[in-house]
Write a protein that binds this ligand. Structure first.
Ligand code: CP
Ligand code: NVA
Length: 320
């Protein structure tokens, strides 16, 4: 794929790709991860450059994209608002036009989704959303892959999405970027999200960008949302950019802490996930996040493997 190619795709939200493209990506992830684990060199992106623009802090996103791109033979530029002219009000459209003439793919973590959309509209190369106020699609890619890895057929499946159908994901906490992205994934991949948030922090289907409101159900009490769930997941009470609301949120969210009682009403083999960073004693107890049902470390590692498959797909199309 070359810059400006009419087949060029961006990954700005989950609904940018179709279910069959996710099935392909998850199968590629399995292959790319197996090669990595076997110390097999796989460098399809030699001479390709990834530019990462961070307007918010990051540990996992930065390390997973940077390590993943180097493993595939490419190079990485790490840019922030303060060390670029973005911090001195250069328009995002001009920044996109310039950067995308020099690199092959761009990852952006920023505030409003509209900003990344404006960047993508003026970019000659694929743009990946590394988190916005509204969505975190790379994280959900990793979370769904982690579910497939733990609960799908051993050694892969001709249809990796099969194990997701009819399953229930319990979302406990803020109706934030992660919650919105789970809803989109449910609509595209065919599972259901049981959502419980404190009053005033509900998910908004318009912001979540879903058409089919049957893909989620709302519960007042988090225990009701967790009942019978195959996966229980949560996130921080205060997301990046909302720190001024910290005290107010601490009070509102006090009953939305995933604990052993919530895990006990879920399926006996339910998994626990958290995108991290986590605050033990706030949105999750130490017993749950450090307990036997938690797969948070696999989930974090899988960010790198799914993103390698994603970059391969956006730059090279289907392999083979
Ligand atoms: N989960 C996640 O995106 O982590 P970072 O904020 O550390 O990148
Ligand atoms: N909802 C969190 C996710 C962090 C990875 C935030 O936006 O800060």
């Amino acid at each position: 794929m070359r810059p400006g190619d009419s087949l060029m795709k961006h990954f700005l939200q989950i609904k940018d790709l179709r279910a069959e493209e996710y099935a392909y990506l998850f199968e590629r992830t399995r292959i790319v991860k197996t090669r990595f684990k076997n110390y097999e060199r796989y460098q399809p992106l030699v001479d390709r450059t990834l530019a990462m623009i961070f307007e918010k802090a990051s540990t996992r996103t930065r390390v997973s994209f940077e390590a993943g791109m180097y493993q595939m033979g490419g190079s990485v530029l790490n840019l922030t608002t303060s060390d670029t002219q973005l911090g001195r009000a250069e328009p995002v459209e001009d920044t996109a036009r310039v950067i995308s003439r020099m690199v092959d793919i761009v990852m952006i973590r920023t505030y409003e989704q509209t900003k990344i959309e404006r960047f993508a509209a003026h970019s000659r190369v694929p743009v990946i959303n590394g988190l916005t106020n509204e969505y975190h699609p790379c994280q959900i890619l990793a979370d769904v892959y982690t579910y497939i890895e733990h609960r799908g057929a051993r050694g892969g499946d001709a249809d990796p999405l099969r194990c997701l159908r009819g399953k229930v994901v319990a979302w406990v906490g803020d109706g934030n970027n992660m919650a919105n992205t789970w809803l989109q994934a449910a609509e595209v991949l065919g599972f259901t999200v049981h959502v419980s948030t404190p009053s005033g922090y509900e998910v908004d289907p318009a912001v979540a960008g879903i058409r089919d409101t049957n893909c989620y159900k709302v519960f007042n009490h988090p225990l009701e949302a967790c009942a019978g769930a195959h996966l229980v997941t949560t996130d921080v009470w205060t997301s990046m950019g909302y720190e001024a609301e910290n005290e107010e949120r601490r009070k509102a969210f006090v009953d939305w802490c995933v604990d052993e009682e919530m895990m006990a009403v879920a399926q006996p083999d339910a998994l626990f996930m958290h995108c991290l960073p986590a605050h033990r004693g706030e949105e999750v107890t130490a017993e749950v996040i450090d307990g036997p049902q938690s797969v948070v470390w696999d989930e974090a590692e899988n960010r790198m493997h799914v993103q390698k498959a994603l970059m391969e797909y956006l730059l090279l199309g289907r392999i083979g």
